[in-house]
Design a protein around this ligand. Structure first.
Ligand code: ADP
Length: 428
């Protein structure tokens, strides 16, 4: 691969899922870094300058060997781009099975980097994830009492992260506890040296507040690999002399037509759709049964939008309440209904951009994945957040060669007026 390494690339991040990648990118932007998120490992070099790049993988629940292969590919690309420090990002609830993938991916990255010590902490106090004495709390309860013990793919039944990670790696796992973290950089470095002496090469780190993370940050300055949730990201930019600045979130000026597509049926999205309709703006509901019956719902929706869109933002949605969704699912099957609706909305998103939409709001996690794919977006620059965890992004796409603004809102994020607020924030 030819290397056109941007001189500025400081942190290269490997995230184990798509929305987790955005969450990390958002924290890095808020801490002052200019950040690009890529969808998978890009084929070519980074197309713009950035202080950090987050490669979004889908490696959380795939087989460990596959997760390792994807992560090593991401690592090779990030090193080609000149990344000075590598950040492996996983979920703030440490989502994993006894086989991994946090342990195997950490091992593979350490081997590839020739690193003999790293940390592991999912602490994200802003999101109520704290670690104390190596035990992970979600809100006020231990991880295994938080509902995560019943997760369909990664049930978390042990809140002790030293034990959880030790089960996934042949390396020895230790702990940097809160008493040490509270004393700051020198004490943390001393503890790391002592753990190294004992043969420990991965340390879980306690943190119950952002201040703890900010005390930890300087001790990670020369660590080749950091593994963490998105919380630690608030403390790393300072190591590169970067301070929070609104400049980091600046995107090219927004222009063009505005639209919202929504395939999310979450409670917050239902409220947002309702709010938009009640404000008197144009909205079109998509009926999954008509899609299933073979009607070209995509063409219908685009013809409808074509008439109205010059007058302001339009909303096209399949969003429905639980009973309506259940009824559709009983007729079409859960998976088939999901795929059918996702593909239709993705086709509509692409068609809207072809009509001239350059400010696009997408509601729904899976829906976002389908839309980004249909738009053939490979890289997105991360801008300012509209609501916590939901930033505007700017991306190049074949249907918008000069770029478009896009925001990907996962189900329960955002206030009721999110759709109108988003466009106001984009214009600001
Ligand atoms: P969220 O982030 O709210 O979970 P997602 O887009 O991830 O939203 O998931 C919503 C799923 O529901 C998608 O697979 C979507 O295609 C499907 N869906 C959307 N509208 C309907 C509907 N009216 N009936 C059945 N399924 C739907």
């Amino acid at each position: 691969m030819t290397t056109h390494a941007p001189a500025t690339l400081r942190i290269g991040c490997i995230a184990d899922d798509f929305t987790g990648a955005t969450d990390l990118a958002n924290n890095l932007v808020r801490a002052g870094m200019r950040v690009v998120q890529t969808i998978g490992v890009p084929d070519g070099p980074l197309d713009t300058e950035a202080d950090a790049v987050v490669v979004a993988l889908k490696s959380r629940t795939v087989a460990p060997a596959e997760a390792v292969a994807q992560s090593l590919q991401a690592l090779a690309w990030l090193r080609d781009q000149g990344a000075q420090q590598i950040y492996f990002k996983y979920c703030s609830t440490f989502d994993s099975t006894p086989q991994g993938n946090i342990g195997p991916v950490t091992d593979a990255l350490m081997d590839a980097l020739g690193s003999d010590f790293t940390i592991a902490t999912p602490a994200f106090p802003d999101n109520k994830r704290t670690v104390f004495k190596g035990y992970l709390f979600a809100g006020d309860v231990l991880l295994n009492e938080s509902g995560m013990q019943n997760h369909p793919l990664t049930p978390m039944t042990d809140p002790n992260l030293v034990r959880v990670l030790q089960a996934q790696t042949a390396r020895q796992v230790g702990l940097i506890d809160h008493a040490v973290v509270a004393r700051g950089e020198a004490a943390i470095r001393e503890r790391i040296a002592a753990l190294r002496e004992q043969g420990v090469s991965i340390a879980i780190v306690d943190a119950v507040s952002n201040d703890d993370l900010l005390r930890l940050g300087p001790a990670l300055r020369d660590m080749a690999l950091v593994t963490a949730g998105s919380g630690v990201a608030i403390a790393l930019p300072a190591n590169f002399g970067i301070a929070p600045s609104s400049q980091a979130a600046v995107l090219p000026p927004a222009s063009g037509l505005k639209a919202i597509v929504s395939g999310s049926c979450s409670v917050a999205t239902n409220q947002q759709v309702m709010h938009f309709i009640q404000s008197g703006r144009p909205a079109l509901a998509i009926d999954p049964l008509r899609i299933a019956a073979g009607v070209d719902v995509c063409a219908e929706a685009l013809a409808w939008a074509g008439d109205k869109i010059a007058g302001g933002p339009v909303l096209i949605y399949s969003t429905a309440d639980t009973s309506a969704v259940k009824s559709i699912q009983s007729k079409l099957g859960v998976e088939a209904a999901g795929t059918l609706v996702e593909q239709t909305i993705a086709g509509i998103a692409r068609g809207l951009v072809e009509l001239g939409v350059r400010q696009l709001v997408v509601a729904g996690g899976e829906t976002s994945g389908a839309c980004v794919q249909a738009l053939e977006i490979a890289q997105m620059r991360i801008g300012g957040q509209i609501d916590p965890g939901v930033p505007w992004c700017h991306a190049l796409a074949p249907a918008a060669p000069d770029g478009l603004h896009i925001t990907l809102k996962s189900g329960n994020f955002g206030t009721a007026d999110f759709f109108t607020k988003a466009f106001a924030a984009c214009a600001a």
